[in-house]
Design a binder for this molecule. Structure first.
Ligand code: MG
Length: 173
């Protein structure tokens, strides 16, 4: 069953949002590098890889369903933040925005009775719970840390441990 054109358009728009997410976190990674917070930068670099994988899942799904890829320009992300807490607060707000969009796509696919799109989006519904939780935990830790440099460096060491694992979704048929 071919995707209806509204869904193709909405999926392309979301592909752009995931690419913007990659861009945003790449910008945050560079900012953390400039502060010599290498662990925070590592966490953001890993996050960019995840976002790229998310974008490619949408890209492949659109192609697999016979839809046309329509890449749009990617907005320019901010280049600096007031503090690590500010950066992660913005990251959390961004993930909440992504979650709302995924939920809207889910509703759209249900309304169109596009069960394949609906099934595809289930991974992202679950993934967004994880994304919000991860960002919210770091926001919470940074609030506890406050102005403590030693606390910040301890968290930096912890975030240095993050490694990229590709999303555990079966390859699209
Ligand atoms: Mg994402």
């Amino acid at each position: 069953m071919a995707m209806n054109q509204n869904i193709v358009k909405a999926f392309n728009e979301h592909l752009n949002r995931e690419l913007f997410s990659e861009y945003l976190y790449l910008s945050m990674a560079a900012w953390f590098e400039s502060l010599n917070l290498k662990g925070f930068a590592n966490w953001m670099r890993v996050q960019t890889q995840e976002e790229h994988a998310h974008a490619m899942l949408f890209y492949n799904f659109i192609l697999d369903r016979g839809g046309t890829i329509a890449l749009d320009k990617i907005d320019r992300p901010d280049q600096a933040w007031a503090s690590p807490l500010d950066a992660f607060t913005k990251a959390l707000a961004h993930e909440e925005f992504i979650s709302r969009n995924i939920n809207d796509l889910f509703d759209l696919s249900l309304a169109a009775k596009d069960h394949a799109a609906h099934s595809f989006l289930k991974f992202f519904i679950d993934e967004q719970v994880e994304e919000e939780k991860n960002a919210a935990e770091i926001v919470g830790r940074l609030k506890l840390i406050g102005d403590s440099a030693s606390g910040l460096f301890m968290l930096d060491n912890e975030l240095a441990q993050r490694v990229y694992t590709p999303p555990a979704v079966a390859p699209a048929p």
